[in-house]
Design a protein around this ligand. Sequence first.
Ligand SMILES: Cc1cc2nc3c(=O)[nH]c(=O)nc-3n(C[C@H](O)[C@H](O)[C@H](O)COP(=O)(O)OP(=O)(O)OC[C@H]3O[C@@H](n4cnc5c(N)ncnc54)[C@H](O)[C@@H]3O)c2cc1C
Length: 457
Amino acid sequence: MYPSWLTKQAFDFHTQADSWWAASANNPELLAPRLEGDHRAEVAIIGAGYTGLNAALGLAGRHSMDTIVLDAGQPGWGASGRNGGFCSPGGAKLEYPEMVGRWGLETTRQFSQIQQQAIEYVGGLGDNPGIDYERTGTGEYIVSSGPDAHRDALAEAQWMNRSLGLAATALSQPELKERGLFSPLFTGAVHMPHGFGLHPLKYSQGLARAASEAGARIFGHSMVINWRQEGKEHVLETAAGRVRAQRVLLATNGYTPAGVGDPMASRILPVFSNILITRKLTRQELQGQGWLAPELVSDDRALLHYFRLLPDGRFLFGGRGGIGGERAEESAVRQRLEAEFRTLFPAWREVSFDYFWSGLVCMCRDLVFHVGRLPGRSSSWYGLAFHGGGVSMASWSGAALADMIVGCHDSRYPIPGPMLKPLPWMPLPALRPLYLRGAYTWYGLRERLQGNRLVTN
Ligand SMILES: Cc1cc2nc3c(=O)[nH]c(=O)nc-3n(C[C@H](O)[C@H](O)[C@H](O)COP(=O)(O)OP(=O)(O)OC[C@H]3O[C@@H](n4cnc5c(N)ncnc54)[C@H](O)[C@@H]3O)c2cc1C
């Protein structure tokens, strides 16, 4: 049912990821009841992450639709409860200049505008007293290394401001140091003013609470094992229950199973991302490294690292994971990430780590997210492939999908044309793990040849 090259542990829906977020959430396992018996709803949603929960909030709240959400784990069990908490421009792995080449400038501008609106949308949700997700920092820094990093950053910021109307700024190494973001390897950066950090599991649980208060019924530990149509009605079966619904939304992203998730399951590429969390760092240790700011930072490599100082003084450091996620591979990934961390932050060479976990992001062939009607099934929709940027964009897409499902024509959550096209086919889907291995090897090699000093593996 789930991709054969991925370890079964990645789909252990009864165990919550052993993450810092679970350890620090007020209510580590928000227990949504298990679906039992027969139920009816106008809309059934498969998956209670940001996509499914924001859709439920919109459907039950704005549109007063009778809505049921089913998750194989608890709300936020998937990537939504275990990510880096970067609420920043998301939804794509494609760079802006490549978007311009593919779609033209106007559509790229629209895309960058909805990236900003998606961040504001999540920011607005944080005003809801029930969604207390610990907002931190302002904007996002993309750091780079090398002798020309500052000059390149200046050119990039100018291009983005001129072409996309952004308010990006370029920073030199001394300027980064002044802002409390020092590593000897970061010789330049672009600062994007949009974005903030949040506690991803508290955000997921707050969303589940808000959607329930709006009237949605949310069920946990209720994996959909069969989806069939009887006339105009959809029937979703779990081990202990059944939901009959007029419309269905598939919101399972990197955890999409074959069968229930067809025909999209073979078009996506689930990819591991891993996170390390240090022990609490003292003020002296933070000053010793010159890292004092709570800002979102990632490096400019294709296989990027993402990192940020958390409110209690721990440091979050994330990067690419393995291919299949087996135990031996996970421990090699951990060693590599720890070594990379020590290279980037030499003053913290001796610092130990309290948490390490992984989760699945969802990629696809054209490197952008897609939402719309599910081909081959009537009155069904999907929202998938948010790449490494679903905190903002999966949330926005969930809100957009709520409007699409009820047929609202003047949605406040517009989606640009290329993202409304069907998720593209993946050629020979059985070869996906090989494609991924090839991509990792190629990007690593290319960055080495380019002399990128942030490449440590
Ligand atoms: C380690 C990591 C770090 C990341 N960091 C960031 C970041 O800092 N910023 C950012 O923007 N993005 C980040 N992402 C990506 C982001 O978390 C995702 O894009 C986003 O959470 C996707 O939300 P979703 O609701 O679409 O899917 P998910 O949150 O993955 O939810 C899918 C749900 O579907 C459920 N499901 C699967 N099969 C079934 C079934 N048969 N029946 C019922 N339920 C089912 C699963 O249990 C799961 O809860 C990160 C991802 C990972 C893994």
